[in-house]
Design a binder for this molecule. Structure first.
Ligand code: CP
Ligand code: NVA
Length: 314
């Protein structure tokens, strides 16, 4: 593994397989009441510039279950709010904690932090990517289908951070990714290009109907991501026709599942009937954040320890 997880592209196929296997083992062990304290004495700093329910709770509970500790650091309560440099914050936190997870508005902030941190850094969502989310999604799809290779995933809605991570992971998962977004909300062409360069089969569909035709997995997300609140009205108008409802789901395969990273805006990007219906995988998807992130923490810290040990020997 690399030292940081800032993008899904920081992972090799071997890393992905390892994370999936470890997450599956941790999930089974937890169900059996067994949580080995593999990260005893370790602390995770969690910096949040934006709100969070799943990311905060799953990382915090994950560290607790692994015998470690997590610190919730609201950016507004830190000296960052008063102008302390992100680089200085990284230098100092590296002296206290074993790893840092950051949720930031700008991906550049996370990169800047990582450049000055001497401990592993995890992207807990930026404007560019949400790697922890897509890892949990891949895990959930594998639980349901036993594989990702050869499946068709349709992304309907906003071409945002979660969509970008899905596109960039397509080469690793072997899923065909079809994207249907209003033109103004399509992913950056550079992301599509990179996804293809990484071996991903990415199709830009003309309509949601075309994208979901015989799809195995249907993804959506809010039309108004954190930070886009001022655009609410324009977005609601642009996304008319992009709601995941029974009519759209009926075009997919009989085994198709519906995914949403949550929080959902019921009646906007997804109907109650779909979210609460038999095709919805969203509650397992949310739970799996916990198991997958525990695997991420274990593997990043194991790699870091190994590297530190090697440096001591040199
Ligand atoms: N899916 C997700 O990251 O949820 P939160 O914003 O609640 O962390
Ligand atoms: N695209 C959403 C994801 C929330 C978990 C956002 O950035 O707000």
């Amino acid at each position: 593994m690399k030292q940081n997880l800032l993008s899904v592209l920081d992972l090799s196929v071997v890393d992905l397989e390892r994370l999936m296997a470890d997450a599956a083992r941790l999930k089974t062990e937890r169900a059996e009441g067994c949580c080995p304290p593999l990260l005893a004495g370790r602390s995770l700093g969690m910096i949040f510039e934006k709100p969070s329910t799943r990311t905060r709770v799953s990382f915090e509970v994950g560290m607790f279950e692994l015998g470690g500790h997590a610190l919730h650091l609201n950016q507004g309560d830190m000296q960052l709010r008063r102008g302390e440099a992100i680089a200085d914050t990284a230098r100092v936190l590296s002296r206290y904690v074993s790893a840092v997870m950051i949720r930031a508005y700008s991906h550049a902030t996370i990169e800047e932090f990582a450049a000055h941190s001497t401990v592993p850094v995890i992207n807990g969502l930026s404007d560019l990517e949400h790697p922890c989310q897509i890892l949990a999604d891949i895990f959930t799809i594998r639980e349901r289908f036993g594989r990702t290779d050869g499946l068709v995933a349709a992304w309907i809605g906003d071409g945002n951070n979660v969509c970008n991570s899905l596109v960039l992971s397509a080469g690793m998962t072997g899923m065909e990714v079809r994207i249907a977004t209003p033109t103004a909300y399509a992913p950056d062409p550079a992301i599509i290009e990179r996804g293809r360069a990484e071996g991903g089969q990415i199709v830009c569909a003309r309509t949601p109907e075309e994208a979901v035709e015989e799809a195995d997995v249907i993804f959506t997300d809010t039309w108004v991501s954190m930070g886009s609140e001022g655009e609410e009205q324009a977005r609601r108008e642009a996304f008319v026709g992009y709601c995941i409802d029974d009519r759209l789901v009926a075009r997919a395969t009989d085994r198709a599942i519906v995914m949403h990273c949550l929080p959902a805006h019921r009646g906007e990007e997804i109907t109650d009937a779909v979210l609460d219906g038999p095709r919805s995988a969203v509650w397992d998807e949310a739970e799996n954040r916990l198991h997958v992130q525990k695997a991420v923490l274990m593997n990043l810290l194991a790699t870091f320890d190994e590297r530190t040990f090697q440096q001591m020997l040199e």
